[in-house]
Ligand binder design. Structure first.
Ligand SMILES: Cc1cc2nc3c(=O)[nH]c(=O)nc-3n(C[C@H](O)[C@H](O)[C@H](O)COP(=O)(O)OP(=O)(O)OC[C@H]3O[C@@H](n4cnc5c(N)ncnc54)[C@H](O)[C@@H]3O)c2cc1C
Length: 265
């Protein structure tokens, strides 16, 4: 039986085009063009690499308004087999809790799923909650912050990048893998797959389709409340060019000014 892989994607505003409103400090995304969240491109590539080696089917999925459709088609043009858009007015205003709940309900609605791939985080809200949240709702094992993974005989082996090194974990399926940004080079779309994607189209599910009550999602079912947003204080950076012969003096200067502390026993 083919492996069933799901890749979660989110369409985000291009970070270079998002500005902080100087009056009310909210994010102004109105001038920004939409892009596929960078880590999700890597998540799709990680799934495609498993499909290169195994009999597998990839479903790419997002919870979003219909503007996400071209991005789902793009994922199919790169090799995903089908695309699901969860679109329902009731999910508007959802924070990461109902987002994870809704996505997990849609995955369950798909039937048997072996591995779910997500990005480590998005470039807009950037919480990194959704992958682990989905794992929790699916009661699936999680390998977060993965830079690579492979599948063999019902197990996923993933290399997790931690602050102090790399941890290799082997977890049974069903599993959720969150993939770090730039961990691979995403492949490009092909014309043939592009045409196939257009022909196949996108599956659109409402909350009713996936059996989720509308009062479980949306703003009112979101535990997070944004009380205030503060501008990040500008950091003043200074540069200094020094030669190797000035190194001792420079280190002494850094110690004297308290920028670094002298080690010792
Ligand atoms: C405090 C707070 C308040 C918010 N309030 C609102 C609000 O009022 N209205 C509003 O529209 N949004 C709101 N959001 C944004 C909303 O919570 C997020 O868009 C959504 O929950 C995803 O969170 P994230 O971007 O942090 O994803 P992360 O957890 O950083 O994403 C990790 C990965 O999960 C997957 N993923 C993330 N989102 C989706 C998705 N929608 N579908 C499929 N896969 C996904 C992707 O693979 C992604 O790479 C709020 C966010 C926060 C933190």
């Amino acid at each position: 039986m083919a492996l069933e892989l799901v890749v979660l994607i989110k369409v985000v505003p291009d970070g270079k085009e998002v500005f902080v409103d100087p009056v009310n400090f909210t994010l102004n995304r109105s001038m920004a063009t939409n892009v596929l969240n960078p880590a999700d491109e890597n998540a799709l590539e990680a799934a495609l690499r498993i499909k290169d080696e195994h009999d597998a089917r990839i479903t790419v999925m997002t919870m979003a308004p219909p503007f996400a459709e071209p991005f789902l088609l793009e994922c199919m043009s790169r090799g995903a087999d089908q695309a699901v858009l969860i679109s329902d007015r009731a999910v508007a205003g959802s924070d990461t809790y109902p987002t994870s709940l809704t996505v997990a309900a849609a995955i369950k609605h798909l039937g048997k799923v072996d591995i779910v791939f997500a990005g480590e985080k998005t470039s807009d809200s950037s919480t990194g909650h959704v992958g682990p949240g989905v794992a929790e709702f699916l009661e699936a094992e999680l390998a977060s912050y993965s830079r690579s993974c492979r599948y063999e005989d019902g197990f996923v082996t993933a290399e997790r990048v931690l602050e102090e090194g790399v941890e290799v974990v082997k977890i049974p399926t069903p599993a959720v893998v969150t993939v770090i940004t730039d961990s691979n080079i995403p492949r490009r779309a092909t014309l043939r797959k592009k045409l196939n994607a257009q022909k196949k189209g996108i599956i659109v599910w409402s909350l009713q389709d996936i059996g989720l009550p509308s009062d479980w999602v949306g703003l009112r079912s979101s535990p997070t409340v944004v009380k205030k947003m503060l501008p990040f204080p500008a950091i003043e950076r200074k540069g200094k060019v020094i030669g190797l012969d000035m190194m001792d003096d420079f280190v002494k200067e850094l110690v004297d000014t308290g920028i670094i502390r002298q080690g010792g026993n």
